[in-house]
Design a binder for this molecule. Structure first.
Ligand code: APR
Length: 265
């Protein structure tokens, strides 16, 4: 924790930037804290949804599979729920844009996000796996084909895949649901190559997502944390930058871009 009101100091940002520039294959693992400054509440910690309403049932997927038609009827009935309003109105924040810039200048190779809010993609991030799905998509449970909500016929529930006839559900991964194999494969491939992980806005308590950062650390890689508070992974981090993602990530990106320009000139 730095001296000034806990916010990451200039020196801490510089040191983290140097570690990131030294890396051969830097990736990021992001969580709900990335989108708090876009108006989407986190799950845990201050203002967290689970903090307020308690954790949801851990068998959401089993409930869906027991009666998909009913589950779809309940989901559609909630479409205009207060719960979804933050997702509907959210815009990418400066933290998302900074991460997309780090990819554009060739520093950040891949983002594993636990967020379903689509904000990394909307910020321009190209190399990203949404390990817990994307709330704007509907996925076939058989062939894993993903389709935007507006392109799926919801007159007959549950919707069936027009390619293979499989059962379809929201791409958002429910508790108890296996992580889609294609997303998991991408995360495993890129974390196997990584020698540094920027761990931003996550409590690092949910697996397999948190495990990808731990694997890199166990192989001798480095962890750089960006978090408003301490997290479970803070003690393992080579640098832990205290502050909001929408403040710290732009600061970090500005320093990295300047150092890269200086090195290339
Ligand atoms: N900037 C950076 N970090 C922040 C900010 C912010 N403005 N605000 C909060 N945080 C941090 C919190 O300190 C916390 O460590 O973001 C983290 C949010 O943690 P969680 O709410 O647990 O979110 P996440 O880690 O993404 O949860 C993982 O759990 O419930 C499941 O599927 C859900 O994907 C989610 C998974």
């Amino acid at each position: 924790m730095s001296e000034r009101d806990g916010a990451a100091s200039k020196l801490e940002i510089e040191e983290a930037a140097d570690l990131i520039l030294e890396a051969d294959y830097a990736i990021a693992l992001t969580g709900a804290g990335m989108s708090v400054e876009s108006g989407i509440p986190p799950f845990r910690g201050p203002g967290g949804l689970w903090t307020k309403y308690g954790e949801p049932p851990m068998n959401g997927f089993q409930i869906f599979m027991a009666d998909p038609k009913r589950a779809w009827e309940e989901r559609l009935a909630k479409q205009n729920d207060e719960l979804y309003r933050p997702l509907r109105v959210a815009e990418p924040n400066a933290g998302h844009l900074a991460m997309a810039e780090l990819e554009a200048i060739g520093v950040l190779r891949f983002v594993i996000t636990q967020n379903i809010d689509d904000l990394h993609r909307r910020a321009g991030q190209k190399q990203v796996a949404e390990i817990h799905g994307n709330w704007t998509l509907i996925r076939c449970l058989e062939c894993v084909r993903r389709v935007p909500w507006g392109e799926v016929n919801l007159e007959r529930l549950p919707p069936r895949c027009t390619r293979c006839g499989g059962l379809m559900k929201s791409d958002t991964v429910a508790f108890g649901e296996p992580i889609p194999a294609d997303a998991l494969k991408l995360c495993a491939e890129h974390s196997a190559l990584a020698d540094l992980v920027i761990v931003a806005g996550t409590s690092a308590t949910v697996y397999p997502a948190a495990g990808f950062a731990l694997q890199v650390k166990e192989r001798g890689g480095r962890l750089i944390e960006v978090n408003l508070y301490e997290s479970d992974i803070t003690p393992l981090c080579d640098a832990s930058l205290r502050g909001g993602a929408a403040t710290v990530l732009p600061q970090l990106t500005r320093v990295i871009a300047a150092k890269r320009r200086a090195a290339l000139s």
